[in-house]
Design a protein around this ligand. Structure first.
Ligand code: TMP
Length: 236
C-alpha cells in the first residue's frame, strides 16, 4: 500500500491517506518536542524505535482483547493503521508520582500509588492541554458517559498488561499517555503511539531514566532511553 497525500503533520508523526478510505499510513519522525513545543530537537533513530515499540505493544494489547488501530508495519518508520477520528483527550495513567503530578500536588517524584491514578487533559495546544474531569468531558460533548467508561476500563487494563510485560525487561512503568479514536462505525479503539515519548520508563533497580525525560530535562545522552528500551524489548 502506498502513501497518497499527507493529511496531517504532528510534532512526532505525519499521516498520509491511502487508496483505502478506512486506512492511513503513519510515518514517525525523529523530531522531538517538549514543554508544549517550546523545546525542539532531533533524536536520531527515534522514529524507527517509536514505530517498532508502538507496534510491539499494540500487538500484545490486541491479543489481550484491547481493540487497537494497528494494521501492518510497512517500513522501519511507517505503519498502516485504521483511520479514526481522534477523541481530543490525553488519557494519563500513573503508577508512581512524576512530572506534572508531582509539581501540581507537591508530591515527591517516585512515590508509589496504592491504586493507579487516572486523569485526562483536553488535547488542545492553544490552551496548553488543560486538565479536565469527566463532567467537563460530558459538558463539552467530547465523549458520552458510555464512551468514557470504555476509555477508562481499557486504560486500566492496558496499564496492567504493559506493567507486567515491561517488568520482564526490568523496566518500571511510571506513567503513560494514551489516545483513543472512533472508527466510522463508532467503535472506540486505542490509537496513537506507546513509546518512550509517551511513557515514563525507569530501570526497575537503579531508576535510570529510559525515556524522553532525558530530553525534557536536558540530561546527557538523550538517545539512550530510546535505544536501551528498544534493545531490552526487541533485540533479544
Ligand atoms: P506529565 O507528568 O507531564 O503530565 O506526563 C505524564 C505522562 O504522559 C508522561 O509519561 C509523558 C506523557 N505525556 C505525553 O505523552 N504527551 C504530553 O503532551 C504530555 C503532557 C505527557
Amino acid at each position: 500500500m502506498e502513501k497518497l497525500k499527507q493529511i496531517y503533520e504532528g510534532k512526532a508523526k505525519k499521516v498520509y491517506s491511502t487508496k483505502d478510505e478506512n486506512l492511513v499510513i503513519v510515518s514517525y519522525k525523529d523530531q522531538a518536542t517538549a514543554l508544549n513545543g517550546k523545546k525542539v530537537g532531533t533524536i536520531k533513530g527515534k522514529g524507527k524505535i517509536n514505530n517498532k515499540l508502538t507496534n510491539h505493544f499494540m500487538k500484545i494489547l490486541e491479543k489481550e482483547g484491547i481493540p487497537t488501530q494497528f494494521v501492518e508495519e510497512i517500513s522501519e518508520t511507517e505503519t498502516i493503521v485504521k483511520k479514526v477520528e481522534i477523541i481530543p483527550l490525553e488519557v494519563i495513567i500513573r503508577n508512581f508520582a512524576a512530572g506534572s503530578f508531582s509539581k501540581r500536588y507537591g508530591v515527591k517524584e517516585g512515590t508509589k500509588f496504592e491504586n493507579p491514578c487516572f486523569e485526562f487533559s483536553l488535547k488542545d495546544d492553544s490552551l496548553n492541554d488543560p486538565l479536565i474531569n469527566c463532567s467537563h468531558v460530558l459538558a463539552l460533548k467530547i465523549a458520552t458517559k458510555e464512551e468514557l467508561n470504555t476509555i477508562k476500563n481499557y486504560s486500566f487494563k492496558i496499564n496492567e498488561i504493559l506493567k507486567e510485560h515491561l517488568l520482564q525487561y526490568n523496566i518500571k512503568l511510571i506513567d503513560f499517555k494514551l489516545e483513543f479514536g472512533k472508527t466510522k462505525e463508532g467503535k472506540i479503539i486505542l490509537a496513537d503511539e506507546i513509546s518512550p515519548d509517551t511513557c515514563r520508563f525507569r530501570d526497575e533497580k537503579t531508576n535510570e531514566v529510559l525515556d524522553k525525560d532525558r530530553f525534557r530535562k536536558d540530561m546527557l545522552n538523550e538517545n539512550y532511553g530510546y535505544e536501551e528500551t528498544y534493545s531490552r524489548i526487541l533485540k533479544n
